[in-house]
Design a protein around this ligand. Structure first.
Ligand code: G3P
Ligand code: MG
Length: 247
């Protein structure tokens, strides 16, 4: 088994995160998958951005949920990163799925509903995945465990993952009661006990965010299922070196 390389918000070290520029870069760099973050606009259109507000990654201000999709199109989501990306516009989940479907990459769709609990985001996202027949190539994740459980009740046809930066008693209990197909953890949680436990229970781990070669090599040695990285080119090269070394 080789560790899956997942471009975190696209190849986000090289182009503005969650834009087509970052996604096409990830494809060029031969990532196995792309991770992206989903919010709902005022008119319930799923769009891709990391933060709940557009302030950091656009030339506008305010919450995504307070703008219609049409209104969001007036903002430039690229020049905060570099002037040459000034043409970048916020993209919809629909546009992303139409594009990725034509590649051989997997889609890691993170519901960003741990701060704003968007009403019916699970049904809306599921419908989009189905419309593009991307059920087999998509994984849906969230820091909001209840949302993942709602998704679980709705369908068994999509792989689901809890996302977490810490392991609390409540989270452990939630996981035991409603296990998901995978667990996506912050790299500081990558300890022997958790690795052993995940192997015993046959629950793959994916780890975020891995940008250093030494961390990548450790994940490859541990046969971790996947790593989220801002630098897929570095991860692909490191994986080639790791494989050569292993032979
Ligand atoms: O899905 C892994 C990772 O994206 C979770 O953290 O904050 O980068 O969305 P964040
Ligand atoms: Mg994310």
């Amino acid at each position: 088994m080789q560790t899956e390389i997942i471009a975190h918000r696209g190849a986000s070290k090289y182009a503005p995160e969650n834009t087509m520029h970052a996604f096409t870069k990830a494809l060029e760099m031969q990532a196995d998958a792309i991770e992206t973050d989903v919010h709902l606009t005022k008119d319930n259109i799923p769009v891709l951005m990391h933060d709940e507000r557009i302030n950091r990654t656009s030339n506008g201000r305010g919450y995504i949920r307070d703008f219609t999709y049409e209104q969001l199109l007036q903002f430039d989501v690229g020049s905060w990163f570099a002037p040459k990306f000034a043409d970048a516009k916020i993209i919809t989940l629909d546009e992303f799925l139409s594009w990725i479907k034509q590649t051989n990459m997997r889609a890691h769709i993170e519901l960003k509903n741990n701060k704003v609990d968007y009403d019916a985001i699970e049904t809306i996202v599921y419908q989009h995945i189905k419309n593009h027949s991307m059920q087999e190539r998509s994984t849906v994740s969230s820091f909001n465990f209840e949302s993942i459980q709602r998704f679980q009740q709705m369908t068994e046809s999509i792989t689901l993952a809890y996302l977490t930066s810490n392991i609390t008693k409540t989270k452990r209990q939630a996981f035991e009661k409603h296990p998901t197909n995978a667990l996506h953890i912050k790299q500081t949680l990558l300890r022997k006990r958790l690795i052993r436990c995940s192997k015993q229970k046959n629950i793959p781990l994916r780890v975020f965010t891995i940008n250093k070669i030494s961390q990548m090599m450790r994940c490859y040695d541990l046969r971790i299922k996947g790593i989220f990285t801002d630098v897929p080119d570095v991860a692909v090269e490191a994986r080639c070196n790791w494989m050569t070394r292993k032979d």
